[in-house]
Design a binder for this molecule. Structure first.
Ligand SMILES: Cc1cc2nc3c(=O)[nH]c(=O)nc-3n(C[C@H](O)[C@H](O)[C@H](O)COP(=O)(O)O)c2cc1C
Length: 190
């Protein structure tokens, strides 16, 4: 964890697609992060499909890496697509792997959620499913402001740059509130 006043965030995109709007949103979040906040990105592509027989032999290296990076981060920023009104299987799979004992790393971890979709709901339904996953895991998901980006295909240029100023403004408001949320959740040093 980082020292007082600065926050180190681990960012995860729930899409593996090269031209993903959600991965592009995460990269935009890196650019828009307020002073004193850094966002590193973890790529979940190498995470294998969950198999309890495999886990019984030990966490595969990409899962170990994910767990260690979640533990080391002051907070998580998850940017998710909506698949069939829920979160993509690859994202749920990564969360399931990381959540296994011992010392599941989401416990008490501040979490911010954003999402971009082609539809008009801007991943709202997926985001509420994602929140539900963190109830049992005791993740400290920030309630608001929410960032739901509808019709994403109209808000990014061909190079994956976010061009919509209103969306940038929503993201800045979220990131600013998230920094305060992370600092508020920080346990006093013992
Ligand atoms: C399997 C699948 C299911 C989808 N379901 C939804 C959905 O429920 N709601 C929605 O708005 N878009 C849905 N879409 C469209 C996605 O919003 C769109 O593909 C988006 O670009 C995915 O995010 P990405 O660009 O980060 O990969 C779905 C796409 C796929 C591939």
């Amino acid at each position: 964890m980082s020292g007082s006043g600065t926050v180190k965030i681990l960012g995860i995109s729930g899409s593996l697609r090269r031209a993903s709007f959600n991965a592009a949103t995460l990269r935009t979040a890196q650019e828009l992060a307020p002073e004193g906040m850094t966002i590193d990105i973890f790529d979940i592509t190498p995470i294998p499909l969950y198999n309890e027989d495999v886990r019984a032999q030990g966490f595969p290296p990409p899962v170990e890496d994910l767990r260690a990076r979640i533990k080391a981060a002051d907070g998580l920023l998850i940017v998710t697509p909506e698949y069939n009104y829920s979160i993509p299987g690859v994202l749920k799979n990564a969360i399931d792997w990381a959540s296994r004992p011992p010392e599941q790393p989401f416990d008490g971890k501040p979490i911010g959620i954003m999402g971009a979709s082609a539809g008009v709901m801007g991943t709202g339904r997926a985001q509420y499913h994602l929140r539900q996953c963190f109830v049992f895991l005791n993740g400290m998901v920030m309630n608001r402001p929410e960032v739901m980006i509808p019709a994403a295909q109209n808000k990014f240029d061909a190079g994956g740059k976010l061009t919509d100023q209103a969306t940038k403004d929503f993201m800045v408001a979220h990131l600013t509130a998230f920094k305060a949320w992370v600092l508020r959740m920080r346990q006093p040093a013992t």
